[in-house]
Design a protein around this ligand. Structure first.
Ligand SMILES: Cc1cc2nc3c(=O)[nH]c(=O)nc-3n(C[C@H](O)[C@H](O)[C@H](O)COP(=O)(O)OP(=O)(O)OC[C@H]3O[C@@H](n4cnc5c(N)ncnc54)[C@H](O)[C@@H]3O)c2cc1C
Length: 553
């Protein structure tokens, strides 16, 4: 296999030699290291590398250079190698420029000069960035291929599942990719068999179910133990955090996720408010780190596996899955979060995955290149999606019912949107109708103030209009509020039937539900502060109380 490149640019020859020496000594077995004093020369080099099908994993560029600023260089370089990681080498006086670059060129890190000792200040950063690059980069021949129709709901589901489970794939649209046809011929598949999935060993499945696909790409689907100390339902930030702390503390931990780990966070294009990541990180990156961490500690993760019910027998919790299998555990953490409300418009359902998407900006962005697209809703998630899509779509239209975005979204997002020329915010507007033959073709917008209606052509409508808790499957097993959020801790005592269901001498622990030993954390808990940091905090904290509970029984 060809070694990927690390490219270093600094016009100060002494600094260049020093960093080149450090990087080469550490990484020469796995990477080719190229260094130059000239940004223009570096740009010529990377164009040549592209033509030769070489890969670049990391650019390290000085900021102050006579030919062009480092930020400008990184911007140009990432047009050619978009997934390569970008580090800016700065003097203390250039920190402002570096912080701006975090937003403008999606800088991955700024490194202050001097970077010695390299073992402390340089290598940990570079190791992390190279690990991230490896996780998301897979050479063409090593990836699974999905061949299908671009606007087909079935294809969308498979893409969503694989990307959510961090399985790299290559998407091939049968209508626009000439290579795709060849796979149909070699597998004897017809267009009616699509989507077709071809694996790297040459095996293939026509129109697979998610479970078949999961089994083929090596995702675990059966629990290996008779009994677990703690079973966690839901693999969003709360469930993932609970699983990391559970296994880290030596508990036998099983995590069950019905679609893909990461939950809502996995559809976030850029999380900017998570502690310790000043340059932001995508939901996919956060999930990938969390999954790696929890598997390393020994958590078993079953996906896709949907929990259908919980029963309690002699204090043991029995969790039943949709496929009929059962798992026993001593304690349970429910972290099933919330999911998007659907837009209630006659006929819209038939276009879900075929032009209408719920929180799937990251997956469908490339398909929206040069299109005019619409986003319904103006909260933080809608704004993040709009910012992300603006890099691909010709025009992004955000439809809101209120006067302005500032009434519903965070200030930094409102500012970013006002500075992005191809995003329009359309106030007082609802979508009232849609049409299309097999895929979405038009939507009708209605201005609530004037009553005026307008039908516009579009291939994509992204819906971000609020959430409902993922607790319908629980029926009345644990106490919920009228909206379906799970009531825990001291809130249980406010319920007039408290004495009828709570028989222990102690009070319920803070994240404990109306059944001792069953806990809830994250967005699904009544009164929770939503958000990734809170969910992570709640998930970790739940384990503390799981341990206390396990000591009692
Ligand atoms: C697009 C978007 C962007 C966001 N950006 C940010 C941000 O920048 N910063 C921030 O702080 N917050 C952000 N949020 C909010 C944040 O993602 C959520 O608050 C957080 O993910 C809640 O975590 P959770 O683990 O409680 O639930 P969720 O993330 O909702 O995860 C719940 C998981 O449970 C699974 N599940 C549900 N039912 C079952 C079942 N029966 N069996 C098995 N599994 C089940 C679901 O599939 C899901 O994976 C964003 C949300 C969205 C949608």
């Amino acid at each position: 296999m060809k070694l990927p490149y690390i490219i270093i640019i600094d016009d100060d020859i002494q600094v260049l030699r020093a960093i080149q020496r450090d990087i080469r000594n550490k990484y020469r077995d796995e990477y080719k290291v190229a260094a130059t004093e000239s940004a223009n020369e570096a740009l010529e080099l990377i164009k040549e590398l592209k033509l030769k099908n070489e890969e670049v994993a990391l650019f390290i560029s000085d900021q102050r250079m006579p030919e062009m600023e480092g930020i400008r260089f990184l911007e140009k370089a990432s047009e050619i190698f978009p997934v390569a990681k970008k580090v800016l080498l700065t003097a203390y006086s250039d920190i402002d420029a570096a912080i701006k670059a975090i937003n403008n060129v999606k800088l991955d890190y700024y490194l202050l000069k001097p970077w010695h000792p390299a073992e402390e200040k340089l290598f940990p950063v570079v190791n992390d960035l190279l690990d991230e690059w490896h996780a998301f980069y897979k050479p063409d021949h090593e990836a699974t291929r999905i061949i299908g129709f671009q606007w087909s709901p079935k294809s969308h589901r498979l893409k969503e599942f694989l990307s959510g489970n961090l399985v790299p794939y290559i998407w091939m649209d049968i209508e626009s990719n000439a290579e795709a046809e060849k796979y149909l011929i070699s597998t004897n598949a017809l267009k009616t068999d699509l989507p077709l999935v071809v694996f790297k060993d040459g095996s293939f499945i026509k129109d697979p179910s998610l479970s078949d696909l999961a089994a083929q790409v090596g995702l675990q689907q059966k629990a290996t133990k008779e009994m677990y100390d703690v079973l966690i339902i839901g693999g969003g930030p709360a469930g993932l955090a609970a699983s990391v702390y559970g296994s880290c503390e030596g508990l036998k931990t099983l995590l069950i996720e019905k679609s893909n780990p990461g939950g809502q966070a996995s559809s976030s294009a850029r999380i900017e408010n998570y502690l310790g990541f000043p340059h932001g990180l995508s939901g996919a990156e956060l999930t990938q780190r969390a999954i790696t961490q929890t598997l390393r500690f020994g958590t078993e993760v079953l996906t896709p596996m949907e929990v259908k019910s919980i029963t309690v027998k002699d204090g043991y919790k029995i969790t039943e899955m949709k496929d009929g299998s059962q798992v026993y555990s001593r304690a349970i953490v429910i972290a099933t979060g919330v999911s998007y409300k659907s837009l209630e418009i006659a006929g819209l359902d038939q276009f879900t995955g075929a032009g209408v998407y719920y929180g799937a900006a990251g997956i469908e962005a490339h398909a929206c290149r040069n299109e005019a697209i619409y986003i319904v809703g103006g909260g933080n998630s809608a704004c993040q999606a709009a910012m992300y899509m603006s890099k691909f779509a010709k025009e992004v239209n955000i439809l809101i019912r209120r006067d302005s975005l500032s009434q519903v979204a965070a200030n930094y997002l409102v500012q970013n949107i006002s500075r992005t020329p191809n995003i329009n915010v359309i106030p007082h507007t609802d979508v009232v109708a849609c049409s299309g033959s097999s895929v979405l073709e038009t939507i009708t917008l209605k201005n609530a103030k004037s009553g005026e209606e307008q039908t516009v052509p579009t291939k994509a409508l992204f819906v971000y209009i609020g959430m409902r808790p993922g607790t319908a499957w629980l029926n009345d097993t644990v106490l919920k509020d009228e909206k379906g959020f799970i009531v825990c801790g001291s809130d249980l005592q406010k319920d007039k039937s408290f004495n009828t269901f709570w028989k222990l001498k102690r009070e319920p622990y803070m994240p404990e539900t109306s059944i001792p030993g069953i806990f809830a954390s994250g967005d699904v808990r009544f009164g929770a502060m939503t958000g990734i940091s809170s969910a992570v905090g709640e998930g970790s904290m739940a384990i503390r109380f799981v341990r206390k509970y396990l000591q009692e029984i």
